[in-house]
Write a protein that binds this ligand. Sequence first.
Ligand code: ZN
Length: 112
Amino acid sequence: MSPLRLKSKQCYAIGCGAQISRQMLMCREHWGLVSRSTQNEVYRTYQRLTRTDEEVEEVGGRDSLRPYVVATMRAQLEAAREQGMPDELLDILAADLKTMETPSAAVETVTP
Ligand SMILES: [Zn+2]
């Protein structure tokens, strides 16, 4: 069972209250503001997170949550930038992203 399994949830974009299906990160409108490369990164890291037990055995382990979190934070930052959010907010998001990208960040493995 994936730890990411939730019922419906809110769009991950800043200030958006749209309810979306749990397989999605953002509503259609905000997802469209995210660059293609970041969209692909979100898909790729999410797939690696939701590997089956057989696949985990094959590749020798389950990835930590961090690459997915980094991808989603980057998507959030890009959407905010495209929406013309204030620079102060973008700076905060960028700083958070940078912290998460560094190997010493606190979020590590997923506990089932
Ligand atoms: Zn949205």
